[in-house]
Design a protein around this ligand. Structure first.
Ligand SMILES: C[S@@+](CC[C@H](N)C(=O)[O-])C[C@H]1O[C@@H](n2cnc3c(N)ncnc32)[C@H](O)[C@@H]1O
Length: 267
């Protein structure tokens, strides 16, 4: 209830401050191209229909699986609850609008390594992996049943470049440096609280390079998430940040560094 009220106020503020729909009045050539070629790209890709067909199917699955709410992790071993797959799909997956944006981001920036924290049933992973078949996508989630469902969705869509792995973010993070030289595209979409979000970012930062793109989901979900977003986008290595309300996108390109920029863009 509190979060709904927060999100409504936050959305009104975002809409009031946001500019640059259709690239109008944009002075940064990078941002102008990004708006034209990615945000406003209205082409229809076949992958959109493929992923949405899987989502539609999952929305009919009434079986229940073990499910733990985010934030309850400190005592998760003691708690057990169940939720229907249809509900999990409905409430925790990226919307089609933002999922299709993930496809276009992946397609536009052509990342080789995509790492996602928060798989759920794999909707966002499928969009990302389909956007660039040359990428290797690895997605983490502590929920074994969800990981199983996501991996079988990847098989259904013949996305050989996508794989979901069971594990707590906190454990996976400590092993990232031995598994990856660098991360080209990072999607952070789980445990939407201030301290964990900042912690995940700090842990992963050494794996970013000039061309890395980071997407943070739900940056205006709560006061804590908004604080995490503001803290992270102000870090010295971030050279450009874009607030789309649902997603916050970070760039680290050295060419922007002298002139660190933050944009709130209507999407
Ligand atoms: C919002 S959902 C991800 C949705 C997915 N990215 C999509 O849009 O299709 C967040 C997921 O993160 C997982 N999660 C949350 N905290 C976690 C943690 N500390 N370690 C591992 N998984 C976690 C939950 O199990 C949940 O499935």
């Amino acid at each position: 209830m509190m979060e709904k009220l927060f999100q409504t106020t936050s959305y009104a503020e975002y809409w009031w401050k946001a500019s640059y729909k259709n690239g109008f009045g944009v002075h940064s050539p990078f941002l102008f191209r990004f708006i034209e070629d990615v945000l406003e790209d209205e082409r229809y890709f076949y992958a959109y229909q493929d992923v949405e067909t899987i989502r539609k199917d999952l929305l009919t699955w009434k079986q229940s699986i073990p499910f733990m709410e985010v934030g309850a992790l400190s005592h998760w071993a003691n708690q057990s609850s169940e939720r229907q797959i249809s509900d999990i799909t409905k409430y925790s997956s990226v919307s089609s609008k933002y999922g299709q944006l993930l496809f276009r981001l992946s397609n536009y920036f052509q990342p080789k390594t995509i790492v996602e924290f928060g798989t759920s049933v794999g909707i966002s992973s499928m969009y990302l992996a389909a956007g660039n078949p040359d990428a290797e996508l690895i997605s983490f989630d502590y929920n074994e049943s969800l990981v199983r469902i996501a991996n079988s969705n990847f098989v259904s869509l013949k996305l050989k470049n996508a794989h979901a792995e069971v594990g707590l973010f906190e454990e996976k993070l400590t092993k990232m440096a031995s598994r990856f030289d660098k991360i080209d595209f990072l999607m952070l979409d789980g445990n939407h609280r201030k301290e964990p979000t900042i912690l995940y970012y700090e842990f992963l930062k050494p794996l970013f390079d000039n061309n890395t793109v980071v997407v943070l989901d739900d940056i205006h979900w709560s006061q804590g998430m908004e604080e995490a977003w503001d803290f992270i986008r102000m870090q010295k290595e971030v050279s450009m940040s874009i607030d789309l309300f649902q997603f916050g996108i970070l760039f680290f390109r050295k060419e922007f560094l002298g002139n660190k920029q933050h944009f709130i863009v209507k999407f």
